[in-house]
Ligand binder design. Structure first.
Ligand code: C2E
Ligand code: MG
Ligand code: MG
Ligand code: MG
Length: 274
């Protein structure tokens, strides 16, 4: 920032901000290259049907495999990608790779299962989002019933009319929609009723201490009961212990995901085997 003192310009430079901006700029350049060089990989975490104790699907989670930085987790680069719009090409890559991989597994003879992909607000709101989804399905040959899209409440309510319209079209396409991190955003029961949603995922924040925290148990139970009224399936995320799983089973939760079953892995063909 320039400050005028007696005709001379002094630049008062905040080093910490400077370094942060420089790091972001460097990372942004590397992230741009990463899109071209295809440095991203998908990890897969299984979703388990609690009643039948079987794997019924998986979530694709992005990692950035950079020669210099090593394996970078999404929390470290997705926000920057969202701020700069790079999330659109990155998200398109994720969708295509997840569909391609799932189709490959099905063609190899593994039991067909739904793969779900996280969609950022900016990607969801991009003008050609629906075309991108249907083109990728056509291109990869994946049946739409084997694709799920995870969006957050914040994404959903930022433009309600638009969201309702897009969700209806996705339903027509045959693609499932999952409300991710449920309970942490501005959840509105009205929209839950009005929007075509197949599934909600109770945020990990309500699950991690569910054994001892009665309030979180009550919240999880209420979400589950309510969702059932709307024919919406319920998944608990971040399940780490047998005790948590038992409570969720009692509550009537349909599916669970978490380290108790498996961490996300680069491949899990053996798990997918019929
Ligand atoms: P999310 O969609 O809510 O994904 C769940 C996160 O919790 C994942 O972190 C997963 O590895 C982690 N997790 C799963 N089970 C457990 C558990 O039992 N305990 C604990 N402590 N953690 C567990 P990850 O892979 O680091 O992803 C973080 C977030 O980054 C995701 O949250 C999602 O919002 C975003 N993300 C990941 N992949 C993509 C992507 O391809 N596109 C976009 N737009 N966002 C993505
Ligand atoms: Mg998710
Ligand atoms: Mg989540
Ligand atoms: Mg999350």
């Amino acid at each position: 920032r320039a400050k005028d003192v007696g005709g001379n310009s002094y630049f008062i430079y905040d080093e910490t901000i400077g370094i942060k901006e420089y790091e972001n700029l460097t990372m942004l350049n590397e992230l741009r290259q990463a899109v071209n060089n295809e440095e991203f990989v998908l990890y897969y975490q299984p979703k388990i049907d609690i009643k039948r104790e079987k794997i019924i699907g998986m979530e694709a989670l992005i990692r950035w495999n950079n020669p210099k930085r090593g394996l970078v987790f999404p929390d470290k680069f997705i926000p920057l990608a969202e701020d700069t719009g790079l999330i659109v090409p990155i998200g398109e890559w994720v969708l295509r790779e997840a569909c391609r991989q799932n189709k490959e597994w099905i063609q190899k003879g593994y039991k067909p299962r739904r793969i779900s992909v996280n969609i950022s607000a900016r990607q969801f709101q991009y003008y050609n989002f629906l075309d991108t989804v249907s083109n990728i399905l056509e291109e990869t040959g994946l049946e739409p019933e084997y694709l799920g899209l995870e969006i957050t409440e914040t994404t959903a309510i930022s433009d309600i009319e638009y969201t309702i319209d897009v969700l209806n079209r996705l339903k027509q396409l045959g693609v499932s929609v999952i409300m991710d991190d449920f309970g942490t955003g501005y959840s509105s029961l009205k929209y839950l009723r009005e929007m075509s949603i197949n599934e909600i995922k109770i945020d990990r924040a309500f699950i991690w201490d569910i054994e001892t925290n009665e309030k979180n148990r009550a919240i999880s139970r209420t979400i589950t009961v309510l969702a059932k009224q709307f024919d919406i399936l319920v998944t608990a995320e971040g399940v780490e212990t047998k005790e948590q799983l038992d409570i969720l089973k009692k509550i009537g939760c349909d599916k669970a995901q978490g380290y108790y079953f498996s961490k996300p892995k680069a491949t899990w063909c053996r798990l997918v085997r019929k």
